[in-house]
Design a protein around this ligand. Sequence first.
Ligand code: GDP
Ligand code: MG
Length: 307
Amino acid sequence: MPTGPETGGGAATRCGFVAVLGAPNVGKSTLVNRLVGAKVSIVSPKVQTTRSRVLGILIEGPSQIVLVDTPGIFAPRRRLDRAMIAAAWGGAADADVVCLLVDCAKPDSDDTRRIVGQLKKSRREAVLVLNKVDLIEKSALLALAARFDSEGLFTDTLMVSALTGDGVGDLLSLLAGRVPEGPWLFPEDQISDMPERLLAAEITREKLYLQLRQELPYAATVETETWTENADGSVRIDQVIFVEKPTQKAIILGKGGQRIKALGAAARTELEDLLERRVHLFVFVKVRERWGDDPERYRDLGLDFNA
Ligand code: GDP
Ligand code: MG
C-alpha cells in the first residue's frame, strides 16, 4: 500500500485534478460526496448553491484524485454569475480530466447543451457521466448514451447513480487510471482543502437558502468570524450573515428572531454530525451594502472580479 509520494517501490503514484461539470441539480455535489465518502460539498434539493469552488480529495490505490466541484454553469446575468462561470471554466481548463454530468431524467437542459458546446469549442475531451440511472428504464438509458456518443466529444460513458452508489466504483477506477503519474499533492488524511470554518459557513448558507428559497438568492453571504476550541471538547463558532439591505436582515431574523433561531439550530445539528462533537453556534446578521460589487469579496470566494 503506497502511503504517499515518498513511498519507494510498488506502483508509481498518480495525482490529478478532475473537474465535475454539469447543469444545476444534475447531482454534482452528491457525486463528489459519494466519491469522497464524506460531506464536503453542499447538496441542495432545488437549485445550485455552490458558490465557492470546493475540492474533494480521494485516494484510490496509487492515485490521488482531486475533485473540483464547480459552480453550475448557466447563462450569466450579473457580475457574480459571470465570475462563477469563469471559475468553472478555469477549473475545467486546469483539470486533467473533465467529467460532464448529465441528469438522465432531464437530459435536454439548455445548460447541458451550452456546456457541450463550450467543450467542443475548446476541443476538450470529456468523460460522460449519466447520473440518476435509478430514475429511468434501461432501454431509455442506452438510447440516451448513444445520443450523447454521437457528439464525438466523450472518451467514455459511465452510468451511475450518485444517490445509490450504483456504478460509482467504475467511475472511481476510471478516474484513478486517468490522472497522470506524479507525486501526491495533499496529505493522505485530507479529504477537503476547504478549511473547517469555510465549510461551517457553507452549511449555514445552505440552511439559509433552504429556508428562504427565492426570497434571497444571492444577496447573502455567511462568514465564520471566530472558532474557539473549548476545554470540554466542544467548539464555539461565531458566524455573521451579511446582507445588502435592512429589509433582508428583517427577513432572516424573522418574527421575534424565530427564523434565525431555527436556521441556527439546523446548522448546528449538521455541524455536530460532521465534526462529531458538540457545537455552540452563534449566528448574527449584518448589513453590508453592495458586496456584489466589492472586489475583496470575490477574492475571498476565489473568484475573479473582472471575469
Ligand atoms: P448539483 O446542483 O449538481 O450539485 O446537484 P446536487 O448534488 O445538489 O443534487 C440535486 C438533487 O438531485 C438532490 O436532491 C439530490 O439528492 C438529487 N440526486 C443526485 N444524484 C441523484 C441520483 O443518482 N438519483 C436520484 N434519484 N437523485 C439524485
Ligand atoms: Mg452542487
